[in-house]
Design a protein around this ligand. Structure first.
Ligand SMILES: [Zn+2]
Length: 286
């Protein structure tokens, strides 16, 4: 699509908020969205302040904030217009990718800011650093940048029986959307490469060894806490006869599915999990 909007994330270079700039209000993990699927403008939301820069959408600066302290995040916050509070998954399923990315960044930045209000060293109240996604302590000068949390996802395949398609490893979790068949995933440890995290997570969660993983792509993810960056990999099982073994705590099920007979309960279409699965499925020779 050539007419898709362009979202450029960033924190600086746009001066103070102006009336026609975009305004993303985040309450808990929900955003205020118009019934027509558009974000409000700064002028639509008198009484709101504490705007932090998020980037630009088609050149228009976008700002995020939380509802005014003590105020109920009511739908009529938006000047009586038909605003609604929308969770990021619903929004990501409905809106074009760049708008979902902007909304995801708003959720991440505003929730991070909410949980980084006080200095961890001297307990003074942190202040925003202009032009950056960072806060600084006026008491002891501690600099607190918004840190990212990288995580890995891996689509593990193995050759199918003679003449049949390759098979994909899918797992079911004991928490979250337990009905979904998902990919093995986990956070990267400090001091670990992404590739090492792929090997470790697959070994820990299903007890399988892999060939060297190949990078697939990445996606900022607003659902698992501030700053989460998902990175996707593909890999093949080192031993094509090995079966996955789950620990019964984090995972309750793991099994191989022929790529032409995957279950219907797959991750949503806007997730990198699904992009990896669809890519593996598209590679099946017919
Ligand atoms: Zn301090």
């Amino acid at each position: 699509m050539t007419d898709e909007p362009v979202f450029l994330p960033g924190a600086g270079g746009c001066g103070p908020p102006e009336a026609q700039h975009l305004a993303l209000v985040v309450a808990g993990r929900k955003l205020l969205l118009g019934a027509d699927g558009h974000f409000p403008r700064i002028a639509d939301l008198p009484g709101h302040s504490g705007w932090v820069p998020l980037g630009t959408l088609d050149g228009v600066p976008a700002w995020g904030t939380a509802p005014p302290e003590g105020a109920e995040p009511a739908v009529d916050a938006w000047n009586g217009k038909n605003g609604r509070w929308t969770g990021w998954p619903v929004l990501a399923a409905e809106l074009p990718t760049p708008l979902a990315a902007l909304a995801g960044r708003a959720v991440q930045v505003i929730t991070w800011r909410h949980s980084h209000r006080w200095c961890g060293a001297c307990r003074a109240e942190l202040a925003d650093v202009p032009g950056e996604s960072a806060r600084r302590c006026p008491g002891c000068d501690l600099y607190v940048p918004m840190q990212l949390s990288p995580a890995v996802l891996v689509a593990v395949t193995r050759p199918g029986p003679a003449g049949l398609p390759d098979e994909l490893l899918l797992v079911r979790h004991s928490y979250g959307p337990t009905e979904l068949w998902a990919l093995v995933a986990g956070f990267v440890e400090a001091g670990e490469t992404l590739e090492a995290a792929v090997h470790r997570e697959v070994a820990e969660e299903v007890g399988l060894a892999l060939t060297e993983p190949a990078y697939f792509g990445s996606q900022p993810w607003a659902m698992s806490g501030p700053g989460v960056l998902l990175t996707g990999f593909t890999a093949t099982a080192a031993d094509p006869t090995a079966e996955p073994v789950v620990d019964g705590r984090e995972l309750v099920q793991a099994r191989w599915f022929p790529l032409d007979a995957l279950p219907a309960e797959l991750p949503p279409a806007y997730s990198i999990s699904r992009w990896l699965i669809d890519s593996a499925r598209a590679a099946v020779r017919r």
